[in-house]
Design a protein around this ligand. Structure first.
Ligand SMILES: Nc1ncnc2c1ncn2[C@@H]1O[C@H](COP(=O)(O)OP(=O)(O)O)[C@@H](O)[C@H]1O
Ligand SMILES: CC(C)(COP(=O)(O)O)[C@@H](O)C(=O)O
Length: 289
């Protein structure tokens, strides 16, 4: 009989603008800023196994999965922190390392799946805190776990999962393209990039989704992170009066509204998204007795 397994899903997150806030207490560390919690994310299957392992799958637009990785230091660290051994398989449609918060989604999905699989009795909030601690310790992200603990367009005013977070819901379609990855930790561990990012952070708080896009674009322009390729795409969006900005931290563009799809389509595969209505959730599975 196949060993017990639990499947969980967690939405991804596009950061539009962010400011790292590093504190000695990882629960208070993270970032402030704004972004979008996405309908696409990471599906995690956790199975009992005496030896922990991770397999990473990427699915194409037809849903066909292909294995792209056979380990994940953040997931292995999470399992150690939760004092369990399990075989973890993650699947995502959005590309890893391209500013869609896939590391955070994988951590949150795994923490919830493992908690259920082994009847650990942790609350969802406990799982969120553990995932956040691992993400921040590895510098694979700062604010994504806090954002992805629930849905909507997110304005994070203070850092950490218990920070002050405002969520706006909106039904307009969101589109994104990726022109290449950016290694998140390479930016987060660079003093010169951190200095530029701090100076670019907006001095006002968006009240609407449109204002979130405008604040994100202002941040992207001032941060110096926009590459020539991204600049080309943003210019066509501007010429067609489409609200758009750079996916942080990835070499890509995200935009809102129906007309955005045809424009982004000229530059590559377009990810068709909406705002997620919620955060991590168990999809199905049997628990260990
Ligand atoms: N879907 C996934 N499944 C398992 N591990 C993942 C996944 N996505 C990211 N990771 C782990 O997190 C590390 C950092 O990913 P990162 O560059 O932060 O991606 P993103 O920007 O999409 O969050 C990756 O090298 C990988 O070890
Ligand atoms: C922008 C980033 C620091 C990284 O995001 P990603 O590359 O998607 O992991 C994010 O965690 C944030 O704090 O807003």
């Amino acid at each position: 009989m196949e060993s017990a397994s639990v499947t969980a899903f967690c939405p991804g997150h596009i950061s539009g603008y962010f400011l790292p806030v590093i504190h000695e207490n990882p629960d208070k560390s993270g970032s402030i800023g704004g972004g979008l919690v996405l309908s696409e994310g990471v599906r995690v299957v956790a199975r009992q196994n005496p030896i922990s392992s991770v397999k990473i799958f990427k699915s194409d637009k037809t849903g066909l999965p292909e294995q792209i990785g056979d380990t994940s230091p953040v997931i292995m660290d999470l399992l150690k922190k939760m004092s369990v051994h399990a075989a973890i398989e993650t699947t995502c449609y959005l590309p890893i390392g391209s500013g869609y918060g896939m590391s955070a989604a994988a951590l949150l999905g795994t923490a919830h799946a493992v908690n259920s699989l082994f009847n650990l009795g942790l609350s969802s909030h406990d799982c969120i805190k553990i995932a956040h601690q691992v993400e921040v310790m590895h510098r694979t992200g700062l604010g994504d776990v806090s954002a992805c603990q629930s849905g909507g367009a997110v304005i994070r005013k203070t850092p950490g999962p218990d920070g002050e977070i405002r969520r706006l819901m909106n039904l307009r379609p969101i589109y994104a393209i990726t022109l290449g990855p950016i290694k998140t930790s390479s930016i987060l561990t660079s003093p010169s990039w951190m200095d530029k990012i701090s100076k670019a952070f907006p001095d006002y708080i968006p009240e609407t989704v449109d204002e979130l896009f405008l604040a994100s674009r202002e941040f992207a322009e001032k941060s110096g992170l926009i590459s020539e390729e991204v600049r080309t795409v943003l210019k066509v969006c501007d010429d067609n009066r489409v609200l758009a900005s750079m996916t942080m931290l990835g070499c890509g563009v995200f935009a809102i509204g129906k007309t955005a799809e045809a424009i982004l389509n000229m530059f590559g595969e377009v990810y068709r998204l909406t705002l997620s209505p919620g955060g991590p959730r168990i999809l199905h599975g049997e628990r260990c007795s």
